[in-house]
Design a protein around this ligand. Structure first.
Ligand code: GLN
Length: 358
């Protein structure tokens, strides 16, 4: 075991036990999820962040690739009270620094009180507090990661469920989780996954029944191409979105987004559906929120803890979005029917088949 230091914005340095060596910097956030570490670590929405697990033991059921949401680990570094050897081996194999044996209650309390903050990490035989402080010094604010979409998106368009008979989905990949694509393909959709900066002509070429904006890391203000795409399509094509997708859709329709103090990350965030009065448990991972939905969207679901918008519907256009993660990986499966609703919206817009009248 080696030395490990975590330098927090403001200069406070916490000492821990080094498990996977290296230096890193990023926005310090925490998740309260007590399982699902494989899904969280491979969720592209954690790009440029340092993930603290508030649950004290991480790795107790091993590491299995079939649970991965993408092909790599996205947080820049990982902090937990206790990491198992299995998970450390995985982090080490991808050069992701890891620290344990520190009081994560202190880290979480700091983030809750001060908000998500920059941090610097140094782990290794000769690591020093100054190395961690030097990383902190170089850490950018999340909103300054203007090219973050490029870091996580596909380079070329790919197609999933090509042999399916259902709806055609044009999914804009701003850092999509694999289980979102799987949820659509399992419902017989053909999903064309486009780079985050796809043009209207690219998307038009597949004649989509619905334009779907994915989840993804960073500030929605840094995804102007996707915002423009929504504006161009929304009059004629149904639009759906998850998490970053909800934020992008709101920005495209005259709404605004803002940074939250420390965000929502966990698997037991209660959400109230304003029409049915039903509360569902949801899985979440976001640090921004829709501040004002604008004139073309209405809030249909809210977070029970802080009233922030969790679901939006179009008032003038066919639009449906969620701030939480209905694909529920990890998470309770209360919300999977979102994908049925999206495909129903898409079906409704499909012009009736022309039947020969002979
Ligand atoms: N999971 C997501 O799509 C996250 C959205 C956005 N990056 C946020 O932090 O709010």
């Amino acid at each position: 075991m080696t030395a490990a230091y975590v330098a927090l914005e403001g200069g406070h340095v916490i000492e821990g036990r080094g498990r996977s060596p290296g230096t890193a910097r990023g926005e310090l956030v925490f998740t309260t999820a007590y399982s699902g570490y494989e899904e969280s670590l491979t969720d592209p929405s954690y790009e440029e962040q340092v993930l603290t697990f508030s649950y004290p033991l991480i790795g107790n059921y091993g590491v299995r690739e079939e649970r991965f949401e993408s092909d790599r680990i996205h947080p820049r570094a990982v902090i937990a009270r206790e990491l198992t050897d299995d998970v450390v081996e995985w982090l080490d194999s991808e050069d992701v620094p890891a620290v344990d044996h520190l009081d994560t209650r202190d880290v979480v309390t700091d983030v809750r009180e001060e908000g998500a903050m920059k941090c610097g990490i140094a782990v290794g035989e000769n690591a020093t507090p100054d190395d961690a402080l030097a990383e902190l010094e170089r850490c950018k604010a999340m909103s300054d990661h203007t090219e973050i979409g490029e870091q996580v998106s596909v380079a070329e368009t790919t197609t999933h469920g090509a042999d399916n008979d259902g709806e055609t989905v044009a999914l804009v990949d701003c850092g999509v989780k694999g289980s979102i694509i799987d949820s659509l393909v399992a419902r017989d959709a053909t999903v064309h996954v486009f780079p985050h900066d796809a043009t209207a002509a690219d998307v038009d070429a597949v004649d989509p029944d619905v334009l779907f904006i994915s989840n993804g890391p960073g500030d929605p203000a840094n995804y102007q191409a996707a915002v423009d795409l929504v504006s161009e399509f929304v009059e004629d094509t149904p639009v759906a979105g998850i998490c970053l997708g909800q934020q992008i859709v709101a920005r495209a329709l005259g709404g605004t987004t803002e940074k939250m103090a420390f965000g929502h990350r966990g698997v037991n965030q209660p959400v109230l559906d304003l029409e049915s009065g039903q509360v569902v448990m949801t899985t979440q991972n976001h640090g921004y929120t829709v501040a004002d939905p604008g004139d073309h969207l209405e809030v249909t679901q809210i977070n029970v803890n802080d009233d922030t918008p969790e679901g939006l519907d179009g008032t003038d256009y066919d639009v449906i979005t969620r701030q939480y993660h209905p694909e529920a990986n990890p998470g309770p499966e209360d919300t999977l029917d979102f994908f049925d609703d999206v495909l129903e919206l898409a079906t409704a817009e499909t012009p009736p088949a022309v039947v020969a009248d002979d």
